[in-house]
Write a protein that binds this ligand. Sequence first.
Ligand code: FE2
Length: 398
Amino acid sequence: MLRRTLSSILLTGLLSLSNSIFAEGEPRIIAGPYLQHTTQTSMVIMWETDTPCISGIKYGKARFRPSGQKGKPDLAKILDLNVSSIETRTIHEFTLEGLEPETDYFYQAHSLGSDGKKIQSDVLIFQTAVRATSPFAFVVMGDNRSYPKRFKQLADKAWAERPNFVLNVGDVVANGKNKDEWIAQYLGPASELMKRVPTYVAIGNHERNASWFYEYSSYPSPENYYSFDYGNAHFTIVDSNADLSPGSEQLQWIIADLSASKAKWKFVAHHHPPFSSDKDDYGNTDFWLSKRGDPRVQSLIPIYEKHGVDIVWCGHIHDYERTWPIRDGKVDQANGVIYIQAGGGAAELEQFAPTRSWFTAKVLRNWQYCLATIHEGTFRMMAYDLDGRMYDYLELKK
Ligand SMILES: [Fe+2]
């Protein structure tokens, strides 16, 4: 998040300012534009240029074509609002505010380099967050790192679902300290999706808590953990790399966040899985017993049970597993919490333990993503593999 007060940067017609104040360089957009945090009245848009630029966004509410109008539209009429900044930067971030809920807007990003040359994105479209009574859909995927071709295949499938947003359970790059990977492994392969659909990331271990995670992201503070509402659901995003021991700052925040939410549906996302049937991450099952869950997040389980969390989304293990509803260490179909490990997002697959875990409802060793849909008290989740086959389905009613 580039912490900046919008009031200080709202300037009209700024892109015609004198060239002399800018550094050398001809601009090229090397990442994005892409969408981050959205609410019913706002949208965050980011992009990166290869040289320092001043930038802006032209945007406008989508309308029907006026009767009798033929040919290409006058873009100035479609993009009739704008926001711009006098700051010279390479990573550009704007929050469009005062938008209408559940409404389509066209937008176009502009950057102006030191030589007076201007670059602009295509005219793109986004939709603000839906009203609390409206149906919506979101994709869950994760562990997309290291294999950008495969990730692009899955990201394009996710885009084909036309979700309202994407929840990514982390490890979007192999090494978060390598700046180039953020474009090569994440923002580049997912560009068709991310320029039209907001993406929320739960930070993984491979992000290494690097500054680039914060530079390329814009989520509610402090960004490595945060929460947001969408429709009638509340999403709590946890940093499972950080301290989650009793009394820790983040654990206190999670309790307060879940206690405060009155949303019909409560979801949590973090990278490490509290329950997992992985073959050797939690004890090598060739020779020993496995703990069948990540020790880092065990402290969260009673909190989720106490505060009525419906589903915990996680990754880290590179395949799919859905648990039965769990409460007090056993299956409780009426009052349990479901854990879905959706880590088949591109990285090399892992193997399951040779025997079934007591909590397992479904496993799949393949690359995959999940699509969740919600309307009022009905939740449905379809899980698809790389070839588009639906291999798991879940319906919850409340
Ligand atoms: Fe991981």
